[in-house]
Design a binder for this molecule. Structure first.
Ligand SMILES: C[S@@+](CC[C@H](N)C(=O)[O-])C[C@H]1O[C@@H](n2cnc3c(N)ncnc32)[C@H](O)[C@@H]1O
Length: 194
């Protein structure tokens, strides 16, 4: 039985996301993905971004699925998962000039999101870029009723819930929010620059 898990959301959002990554990661050389999940994003994005190396990471319980996707769709610039559980492990990779993370902030607890943002800000060089995809709130407001319902469901399950962009701005300092791009299904792509 394959260990590769499948996410329909990844299938739906991978094309709109890669279109933006081709723009914002065009000059980068080494990207760390935080919370690679199933591994589907990594195998789709890496061959489309052949000028850089793509380094997956996640908690250990997701490594089997990531490795299974990588085994099925290998790419010369795509690397096996590093153990990176924010709040537990130290920053896992040197000389990273880009970070990608999707749908992690609303799963993490707020103190973990705060730590993730500050670790990224400390680790990226001047000119480094973080692309952060997911649903967020803006000044406490939801962008849709479905996101409000999703937030309630997440919190009831013990997850952190949707994070406000104003908190992210504070935690990401001195990184600056350079772009906030509306994406399908009431998601955003936040582009942070150091
Ligand atoms: C909803 S999944 C998203 C996975 C994938 N990025 C995607 O878009 O399908 C949330 C991911 O965040 C990861 N995660 C949650 N808390 C984390 C933490 N403290 N440190 C690192 N990753 C974490 C989970 O292991 C999981 O892979």
């Amino acid at each position: 039985m394959s260990l590769a898990r499948f996410s329909q959301a990844c299938e739906n959002n991978k094309q709109p996301i890669i279109e933006q990554l081709k723009v914002y990661f065009s000059t980068l050389s080494k990207v760390l993905e935080i919370g690679s999940g199933t591994g589907q994003h990594a195998v789709y994005f890496a061959p489309e971004l052949a000028h850089l190396s793509w380094h997956t990471s996640d908690r250990v319980n997701n490594h089997d699925s990531i490795n299974a996707w990588l085994a099925q769709y290998p790419s010369a610039n795509l690397y096996p998962p590093l153990e990176f559980n924010v709040g537990v492990n130290p920053w896992p990779l040197n000389d990273v000039d880009g970070v990608f993370t999707a749908n992690t902030a609303h799963i993490m607890q707020p103190d973990e999101v705060e730590l993730m943002m500050s670790l990224v800000a400390q680790s990226l060089p001047s000119g480094g870029v973080m692309c952060q995809y997911g649903p967020f709130t803006f000044d406490g407001r939801f962008t849709s009723d479905s996101n409000r319902a999703f937030d309630a469901q997440l919190r009831a399950q013990g997850y952190g819930g949707l994070v406000d962009v104003s908190s992210l701005k504070k935690w990401a300092s001195p990184m600056k929010l350079a772009e906030c791009i509306d994406m399908p299904a009431n998601n955003q792509l936040l582009v942070w620059r150091n």
